[in-house]
Design a protein around this ligand. Structure first.
Ligand code: GLU
Length: 503
């Protein structure tokens, strides 16, 4: 074992499903800690649950981590000095050390059948005793045990837990102690030859020279078994930091029930990776002094410290994530947002798959107009409905518009607007639009809301929305393009509106 003091951490997901926010935060905290300390980040795939593990989940995990902006220095995809990094490729290593423990008397062979263990467990529960192993095979002589195994009896390997309390220090939780009775002798290698999680994790962490084990606090109760294993194996115990549980807004453990919880969900919604990273960093960690909440990845690397991670549960606040996302959408280059937004418009049929340059240039304006007001990019097509799907009948019939449409000046304003617009068939520029509005104002005496709301409703379907200066060129240019949904020009809208309104 090396004696260098370089920080080495690992993220050790099981590829049994999508990467969800809790695990992503674990990955992030490991990464921040490693990068800050100029240490090493290891990705290890814990796939000993062969039935539930799938290669496609491993691929997706890696993609999701990379998308978030995380990287690693050693892992199954890039190798490294402690390879292999996938547990299913390390079974011989686990077997070797388990046999070593048996030969040293620190572990023993157990011949109890599943049924026997189950019966014993039920009996204990019935008598209100802790359902721990009876210790039946603990006292078998090694020679006798070996004879039974060689003769073909199925044998698991159990660790002999010492009869003293198990203590360890946790960076987040402080001093932790478990009495040995609640731990009982755990199986480390099943009779099928498949090792159990608590054992493999220790063998790997030790052999991969992990200095800090940073993971979710659902593993806190596993840690005494792991500490006992380090001691039995004669290996130094790493430092532990168990991160708090993440709760939903109802203070129940965050789950699918609460909506989006996987990284893939957020990515598909159009949450930017830096927003998610920023948000996850604040789940259980706060910078020293002050209430600052916006941190770029580089700033996080500088500011992060495990000592400031709190043991109390963190509540996942979707609104705060959206707030951060809005911030990062506004900060991003328009080209990036346009590129990220495009698939949303293609999939709803507003844009063709491969737009020509003119369409792209126009689309850039659409995105620039709407993006600053959305929480997540998936909202854009709906917000863009006023451009792509103007519906005169819906506009006229909408209860939201009823009051304005029935107002005394409305009919007069719209008639004057139409007359002005038709009197000059030239291009409808923002300047021209302004001149028309001035004419309408002086002709009808309407001003402010009475002037603008009827016109806005007639042209966009709603009395609130983006500035006309930006919107009008978009409508006019859009109407000239060959798009799957024709974008109606100002005059086309007006004509359609007046046709419905009159009938
Ligand atoms: N594979 C475990 C999990 O996904 C992680 C174990 C650990 O970090 O020790 O929960």
């Amino acid at each position: 074992m090396s004696t260098t003091s370089q920080v080495r951490v690992r993220f050790a997901p099981s590829p049994t499903g999508q990467l969800h926010v809790g695990n992503a935060r674990t990955a992030l905290f490991n990464w921040l800690f490693a990068r800050q300390a100029d240490g090493v980040m290891v990705l290890r795939i814990e796939d000993t649950d062969l039935e539930r593990s799938e290669a496609r989940f491993e691929v997706q995990l890696r993609d999701d981590l990379k998308w978030m902006g995380l990287d690693w220095d050693e892992g199954p995809d890039i190798g490294g000095p402690y390879a292999p990094y996938r547990q299913s490729d390390r079974l011989a290593v686990y077997r070797e050390h388990a046999e070593r423990l048996v030969s040293e008397g620190k572990a023993y062979l157990c011949f109890c059948s599943q049924e026997e263990l189950e019966r014993d467990r039920e009996q204990k529960l019935k008598n209100q005793l802790p359902p721990i192993y009876s210790g039946k095979c603990r006292g078998l002589g090694p020679a006798e045990a070996e004879r039974r195994r060689t003769s073909g009896e199925a044998a698991a390997i159990r660790l002999r837990i010492p009869e003293h309390p198990i203590r360890f220090h946790d960076i987040v939780h402080g001093a932790v102690e478990f009495s040995s009775e609640v731990v009982s002798d755990p199986i480390i290698l099943r009779s099928s030859g498949i090792p159990v999680y608590n054992y493999v994790v220790v063998v790997d962490d030790a052999l991969m020279e992990i200095t800090h084990v940073i993971r979710g606090d659902d593993h806190l109760s596993n840690t005494p078994k792991q500490v006992a294993l380090y001691e039995a194996l004669g290996w130094p115990v790493p430092q532990f930091a168990h991160l708090s549980t993440i709760l939903g807004s109802d203070r129940e453990r965050l789950s699918k029930r609460h909506g989006a919880t996987s990284i893939a969900n957020f990515r598909e919604m159009g949450v930017l990776p830096e927003a998610l990273m920023n948000y996850l960093a604040l789940l259980g960690w706060a910078p020293s002094g002050g209430t600052r909440e916006i941190f770029t990845p580089d700033e996080l690397k500088k500011e992060f410290s495990l000592e400031r991670v709190t043991p109390s549960p963190a509540v996942f606040d979707m609104e705060k994530l959206y707030w951060l996302n809005r911030h990062y959408i506004k900060e991003s280059s328009p080209e990036r947002i346009e590129k990220l937004a495009e698939p949303f418009f293609v999939s709803c049929g507003f844009l063709p798959e491969n737009s020509d340059e003119q369409t792209r240039a126009w689309f850039a304006k659409v995105v620039a107009l709407l993006a600053p007001s959305v929480d997540k990019l998936e909202q854009l097509p709906q917000r863009a409905g006023l451009i792509f799907r103007y519906d005169a009948a819906a506009t006229v019939n909408s209860p939201d518009n009823a009051e304005v449409l029935a107002a005394p000046k409305t009919a007069e304003v719209l008639a004057a607007f139409a007359q002005q617009a038709e009197s000059d068939p030239g291009p409808m520029t923002p300047e021209r639009f302004k001149a028309i509005m001035n004419e309408v104002k002086s002709k009808t005496g309407a001003k402010g809301k009475d002037l603008f709301h009827p016109v806005r409703i007639a042209l966009t379907g709603s009395h609130s929305g983006p500035e006309f200066d930006k919107l009008i060129p978009i409508l006019e240019e859009g109407s000239q393009l060959d798009l799957p949904h024709h974008v109606m020009s100002v005059r086309e809208r007006l004509a359609a509106f007046r046709q419905v309104k009159r009938t």
